[in-house]
Design a binder for this molecule. Structure first.
Ligand code: 13P
Length: 341
């Protein structure tokens, strides 16, 4: 393992002004997104849609540090025969790959999930590296509800995240470690804070036990945030203050970067939260976005599966990427949104 090189990549993934595009929706998830805009989820439509994003020059060259791909996409070629991964590389962004194989019900733990995909992972990583992937992603899912999460679910998911991270580093790939505490449910921000703290502490304990080099990874956490159905929604300032307090308590400064998931926040909320956190700096790690929905909802709607809308889809994507790029430096203002609209 070349840790200097892993650290260089991890640092580039969270460079100020840039963040990560999570375009790694599984076949099931992208179908849901396409259903919402009335587009059939065929291999060609998925290709056309992602080609539109990766050919968005302004966004890709100025605001996107890396792109997380799904297995299908990393092997796909653009309409003109160029491998999609080459489009990403030539924009200057770093290609990455989602390597978990989704979740399964955790035996004896009703309502809880464990992420799978460790079998044969070493062989798969080797092929992805040869294809050009320089980082990977594995997402663990922790739900908050009555009596959950159990320590069992937190433990097995943290163990798997660390197993994955160690395998990645051995394959010279930077692991994005993503323990997502869901924002579904009616819990308040303080319950989210407590659960996320337990999850992060257990995750870093496992990472240490399994000898993962913290300097060569990126953490992808949820923010400390109110559940979607909670009657009392925390303000932008409260989310920022509690999230930074939580991360400072749990994430060692040796970690080069933290890149948030958006998790169902609206586009503008996700931007405002990141921006507000930078107002609380200086921070010990790079802090940016690794958004899926909060970067893609607008371009998906603008595109709606029509070739004549490609330019509009690219404008919508570039706008969101620029807003989040500014937020990653604490330089965003809501008035910039109104100007664009
Ligand atoms: P969202 O930003 O839509 O939560 O997606 C990010 C991601 O990669 C989830 O695994």
């Amino acid at each position: 393992m070349n840790l200097t090189e892993l650290n260089r990549i991890a640092t580039a993934m969270v460079a100020p002004g840039k963040g990560i595009l999570a375009a790694d929706e599984s076949s099931g998830t992208i179908k849901k997104r396409f259903d919402a805009i009335g587009v059939e989820s065929t291999e060609t439509n998925r290709r056309d849609y992602r080609e539109m994003l990766f050919r968005s020059n302004e966004a890709m060259s100025q605001y996107i540090s890396g792109v997380i791909l799904y297995d299908e996409t990393i092997w796909q070629t653009a309409a003109d025969g160029t491998p999609l991964i080459k489009l990403i590389e030539s924009s200057g962004a770093i290609p990455g790959i989602k390597v978990d194989e989704g979740t399964q019900g955790l035996p004896m733990c009703p309502g809880e999930l464990v992420t799978v995909g460790l079998d044969k992972l070493a062989e798969r990583l080797k092929k992805y590296y040869e294809r050009g992937a320089r980082f990977a992603k594995w997402r663990a899912v922790i739900d908050i509800g009555s009596g959950i999460p159990s320590m069992t679910a937190i433990g097995v998911n943290a163990h798997a995240l660390a197993r994955y991270a160690a395998l990645c580093q051995a394959a010279q790939i930077v692991p994005i470690v993503e323990p997502e505490v869901l924002m579904d449910g009616d819990h308040d921000i303080d319950r989210c804070y407590d659960v996320t703290q337990r999850v992060l502490n257990k995750t870093f304990q496992e990472l240490r036990v399994q000898r993962v080099a913290l300097e060569g990874m990126v953490l992808k956490p949820n923010m400390a945030i109110s559940g979607k159905k909670c009657t009392k929604q925390a303000s932008v300032e409260e989310v920022a203050e509690k999230t930074i307090r939580l991360l400072k308590a749990c994430v060692p400064a040796a970690v080069p970067g933290i890149a948030f998931l958006s998790g169902g926040q609206s586009d503008e909320e996700a931007t405002a939260h990141l921006n507000a956190m930078h107002k609380l700096g200086p921070l010990p790690w790079g802090l940016t976005f690794s958004y899926g929905r909060a970067l893609q909802a607008a371009p998906q709607k603008a595109w709606s599966g029509k070739a004549e809308n490609v330019a509009a889809g690219q404008r919508a994507f570039s706008h969101r990427a620029r807003m989040n790029g500014l937020a990653s430096k604490g330089e965003w203002q809501s008035s910039l949104e109104k100007k664009a609209a």
